[in-house]
Ligand binder design. Structure first.
Ligand SMILES: Cc1cc2nc3c(=O)[nH]c(=O)nc-3n(C[C@H](O)[C@H](O)[C@H](O)COP(=O)(O)OP(=O)(O)OC[C@H]3O[C@@H](n4cnc5c(N)ncnc54)[C@H](O)[C@@H]3O)c2cc1C
Length: 386
């Protein structure tokens, strides 16, 4: 296993880092304050740099690159704000990967090039009021009708809800309970019978739209069926790619907090000396740096496995838990290092701390990831319903 970025990846990483510092750093606080999605101009710049859809196949307009390359870019962008990385995230690790892996030629032709051009974002609708961690309790129903599927039900907490043009919706496709009858259909904005509920207001990740998806007799054509009933396992394997992205968003926040705290510690003087010379501060910076590096190594170990199919679920869950917990711990330490200034909006640390709290919930909670890890360690599956 080689965890060293190649020369090509280092060049890419540096150019993304420079771009993020130059173009996005000045805007990140405003996007948070106004809870605003980045302008299309910013997305166009990311498209121009070849980052949007960089892991999708070249024949559909993608970059054909490996997952780790996209994660290196997501980390550098999320270092400024996860919002900066959102279109790179969605187009490389989001539900578009379900179409890339399981869609037919026509479906790929319909969606992938538009995603790569930055014209189409696809969101994922899994969670329901009674089905969060217990996802296989989901009730949104896709019933077979002549020439298509009729969808009825409600999804909640959908990131991109109201903003994205298309939605990968997990549905129950027959009367059987549990995972066996779950599949996924794609529903486009504007389809009759599909509307949006209230926009959520989260403590962090402001600027990421999040809304309920409401389906009331919404009929989509047969062509919109991406994964038929029985494909729940495939959907979850594909979702492990997204979990690597989730962990990388948390890693990027951690790196941003470490860099902010380091610069501050070198500059801020108390009792006639920079606080960087105090051992108490040095210990915190060392702990932060260890955790950031360890999180990156765990993520890249999981992501490298993705090239040969899908990342291992155990390795992905370990990376997600560690990176999510790292972001909480590192932003907390950064706030201590900045003293009262860390608690103000003058510095980005309070935003980073708020943003760090979202990633452990999105993509499956820490407790659920730990159940997955424990199952792998113990070599047993623990049925949560028994
Ligand atoms: C920022 C953000 C973005 C999101 N984006 C999306 C999205 O795009 N699409 C989407 O479909 N969903 C999305 N979600 C929803 C997310 O996937 C769910 O919130 C998550 O899976 C947890 O479900 P829940 O909130 O219903 O918690 P619950 O399942 O009700 O869990 C509550 C608590 O109980 C614990 N718990 C539950 N079951 C067990 C168990 N068996 N053993 C031990 N502990 C347990 C949980 O870990 C948690 O601590 C997002 C959420 C957030 C916060």
């Amino acid at each position: 296993m080689d965890f060293q970025p190649s020369e090509e990846q280092l060049v890419l990483l540096r150019s993304v880092r420079d771009f993020a510092d130059r173009e996005m750093r000045p805007l990140a606080a405003t996007w948070d304050h106004e809870a605003r999605v980045p302008d299309q101009k910013v997305i166009d710049q990311l498209v121009e740099m070849g980052l949007v859809g960089m892991c999708l196949p070249e024949q559909y307009g993608g970059g054909g690159q490996e997952l780790v390359s996209a994660l290196l870019c997501i980390e550098q962008l999320a270092r400024i704000s996860p919002l900066c990385a959102s279109s790179v995230f969605e187009s490389n690790v989001g539900p578009v990967r379900v179409i890339e892996r399981f869609g037919n030629k026509e479906q790929k032709r319909r969606y992938l090039p538009a995603v790569c051009r930055g014209e189409l974002e696809i969101s994922i609708g899994m969670t329901e009021p009674e089905a969060g961690s217990a996802l296989t309790d989901l009730r949104t129903r896709a019933s077979k009708v002549d020439g298509g599927w009729r969808i009825d039900g409600r999804k909640i907490f959908c990131t991109g809800g109201g903003h994205s043009e298309a939605y990968m919706v997990y549905c129950r496709m027959n009367d059987e309970l549990g995972a066996k009858s779950i599949g996924a259909v794609i529903v486009e904005k504007g389809t009759p019978g599909f509307s949006f509920g209230k926009q959520e207001e989260f403590m962090g990740l402001r600027g990421f739209p999040s809304a309920d998806l409401v389906f009331d007799g919404c009929v989509v054509p047969d062509d919109n069926l991406i994964v038929p009933a029985g494909g729940f396992r495939s959907l979850m394997q594909c979702f492990d790619i997204e979990r690597c992205g989730n962990a990388t968003m948390a890693l990027g926040i951690s790196l941003g907090a470490l860099e902010t705290a380091t610069a501050y510690a070198l500059e801020r003087e108390t009792f006639g000396k920079p606080i960087a010379e105090r051992q108490a501060i040095q210990m915190m910076l060392a702990d932060m740096a260890i955790r950031v590096d360890a999180a990156r190594l765990l993520i890249h170990r999981a992501a490298i496995g993705a090239e040969s199919g899908f990342p291992s679920v155990k390795e992905t869950s370990m990376a997600k838990v560690f990176a999510n917990e790292t972001a909480k711990a590192v932003t907390d330490m950064a706030m201590e290092i900045l003293g009262a200034y860390g608690y103000t909006k003058e510095y980005p640390v309070e935003r980073m701390l708020r943003d760090s709290r979202g990633w452990p919930l999105a993509g499956g909670t820490l407790q659920i990831q730990k159940i997955i890890i424990a199952s792998a360690v113990l070599g047993r599956r623990f049925d949560q319903r028994k």
